[in-house]
Design a protein. Sequence first.
Length: 267
Amino acid sequence: GMGRATYTEIACKAALYRLTGMPFAWSLNPYRGCVHACHYCYARATHAYFGLNADEDFEQTIFVKTNLPDVLRKELAKPSWTGERIAVGTATDAYQPCEGRYRITRRALEAMRDCRNGLSIVTKSTLVLRDADILAELSRYADVSVQFTITTLDPATWKAVEPGTAPPWQRLAVLRRLADRGIRCGVFIAPVLPGVTDSVQSLEAVIAGAKEHGAAHVWASPLRLTPLVKEHYFGFVAENYPDLLPRYERAYGGTGAPPAYVAGIEA
């Protein structure tokens, strides 16, 4: 459920983490856990490391890395730092509501602007608009992009699968305002949910919306279900789309969707 979240302030030892098998080399995550509560979220599994569950705990126990901007400045100042692009918000949304109060993401962006270091943001939040000033300035010197994750434009489906997020049409409106300021923006249709958001009509609606609002690119990726995330998501399907459960159980023996299905989505 959408209970009240608790925020635990922690000190991080490192701000930047090296990613493997991802298009970006380095990631920056000011928060751990996310009140957006998207039922398909792959980062739910990260909470198990703390002895917390991937369900309510992930949505309600949020860790806040209060010293992250200071640690980041030290890392960017190291002679060994080569200025590679930094992916912001890969594990949990850097613009979830508490960022309005904590402003850790904003201070991290200021550090990257001061070093003219490129970055890429992935978010479902309209709060990114607050930082348009920094992003527009940094865009003049470095490779900057903002990706909005939009899985569906259908109101009922959105409410079911992403209960804690801003409506997707509000995300598109913010995309337009950022694009108008010269900031390169894109849309991630990720994950594509089999039987829920994967119809041609559903995908084309998101792509058309992205194009109309000034997106420079669109990318789609089918649902992957790692352990812990799979159990949570199957429970969600059983409750909301029970007719689909047998199909999911057949399709997801492993982590990824069947290769033929993935190829179909890409086509």
